[in-house]
Design a protein around this ligand. Structure first.
Ligand code: PFF
Length: 453
């Protein structure tokens, strides 16, 4: 009977596969652009301490909760709740997760498309000899255009779909196992280049000196929000990946390793960006321009800039790709398991419909920049609804589901792999999931609702 419900379910082949895939999901544009930027704005070292605290105290337990739901149920993000809580409305968490996947991928693929354009430009050595103003003008001309950004976005969606359609072991696992170590190596090379530039020390101080005067309530909340987004929690990505983890895999150790790897890559990204920004006297708060305008500028002035620019935009594309793969997998797993679609059909349908939504996100910077229903462009709406509303709400509900509904016995059974591993901190995890995580995230959620309306 179980076999009928669950015909030859694909899975990761082992520990390395799941680690590569989950780290691939967590590490993305959020780490490489957003983390250094918000850290710099919120007191550097002091912010870093809070971020680390939230990753360990809240992010990691919620990731573990997602893994445990997925592996217990052996289903997609929506089907998992239907199976574990039949006839109950908990499956709405899965519905929210799928909506969030559509919206996040629609705008994430816009920026991911930009990274391909910049990889292309870097490879063609087109930053060399250009002034700051010229580089900025060329970014404006590119990202407010129509065809070029759209073509790159579509190209990125096609790449994502190709990896997904090959399945879990021969697609996601095979590629992330190769891409993640390459990414780590590339980040190391560029950060070493960056910290050894003359004048890099100021950037290091900016990033690591704990400036407690810059830390207010707001910074605490920003740190919590960054931790959740960066770890890919709150929309069922880790439920879906959890469903592909074998019983012999130690879930708490996996959640710990993924969280540590994500944090290390975020910190290396800070080391890569800030020393270079300060060495060349550039404004660290340049926003999206930090990557697409300022870095080409830095590369054009840097010894060996050509090769470093190619490496940098390659790693940015890789980081984005292993994240978009995890987002599309949420949708594809749902379509193929709940609606009985073939994996290929599900991939084409999912990627195509998200692609259509993505057109609106991409054109928000150009042709549609004056279409702003209720004061936001399509891009800003997709971002706002998914990251600020659906993710925090999803994370609260997943914590509550595991803490109060699934309960300690089942949770403990799952995270100890049926007693195979001794888990001494189940009580602590339960406390976090029942009380600490929902409360803390609720504060962020309410703050963002009030703060940005
Ligand atoms: N964690 C990714 C990043 O830092 O770029 C973004 C992301 C991926 C968020 C997958 C949510 C998700 F489900």
């Amino acid at each position: 009977m179980a076999k009928m419900n669950n015909p030859v379910r694909d899975s990761f082949s082992g520990r390395l596969g799941i680690i590569a895939a989950a780290v691939g999901s967590a590490v993305g544009l959020g780490n490489i652009w957003r983390f250094p930027y918000v850290t710099g704005e919120n007191g550097g070292g002091a912010f870093l301490l809070m971020y680390l605290l939230f990753v360990i105290a809240i992010g990691m337990p919620v990731m573990l909760a997602e893994f445990s739901v997925g592996r217990r149920a052996q289903r997609n993000a929506l089907g998992s709740f239907k199976k574990l809580a039949p006839g109950k409305p908990w499956y709405l968490i899965g519905v929210m997760g799928i909506v969030a996947s559509f919206l996040i991928l629609a705008f994430y693929s816009t920026i991911a498309g930009w990274t391909l354009e910049y990889l292309f430009q870097a490879a063609g050595n087109s930053f060399a000899g250009k002034s700051s103003a010229e580089l900025s003008a060329s970014f404006d001309q590119f990202h407010t255009g129509t065809f070029r950004p759209l073509i790159w976005q579509i190209a990125f969606m096609v790449l994502t779909a190709l990896i997904i359609s090959s399945g879990v072991k021969r697609g996601i696992e095979k590629y992330t196992k190769i891409l993640m170590p390459v990414l780590l190596l590339l980040i190391l090379i560029v950060s070493i280049r960056s910290v050894t530039l003359p004048g890099a020390g100021e950037g290091l101080r900016f990033l690591f000196r704990p400036d407690f005067s810059a830390v207010g309530w707001n910074s605490v909340l920003v740190a919590l929000g960054q931790a959740a987004f960066s770890l890919s929690i709150g929309m069922g990505t880790m439920i879906t990946y959890g469903s592909y983890i074998r019983k012999e895999t130690n879930l708490p150790v996996t959640a710990f390793q993924v969280s540590v790897a994500d944090t290390i890559i975020a910190m290396l990204s800070g080391l890569m960006i800030f020393p270079a920004v300060f060495a060349y006297s550039i404004d660290p708060a340049a926003g999206p321009g930090l990557v697409f305008v300022v870095l080409p500028n830095i590369f054009s002035m840097m010894p060996g800039g050509y090769i470093f620019s190619v490496i940098f935009f390659m790693l940015l594309s890789i980081a984005a790709l292993t994240s978009t793969v995890s987002i599309l997998e949420v949708v594809v797993a749902y379509l193929s398991e709940e609606l009985n679609m073939a994996r290929r059909t599900a991939t084409i349908l999912g990627a195509a419909s998200i692609g259509v939504l993505g057109i609106f996100a991409t054109l928000s910077f150009g042709m549609l920049d004056d279409v702003t229903p209720f004061g936001r462009t399509f891009f800003e709406w997709f971002d706002y609804i998914s990251a600020n509303l659906l993710l925090p709400l999803g994370a609260i509900l997943i914590a509550l589901f595991v803490g109060w509904f699934m309960g300690r016995k089942v949770f403990n059974d799952e995270i100890s792999s049926g007693g195979m591993f001794r888990v001494r901190v189940t009580g602590l995890f339960m406390f976090v999931l029942k009380f600490l995580a929902p409360l803390a995230i609720a504060i962020v959620f309410i703050y963002q609702l009030i703060g940005s309306s």
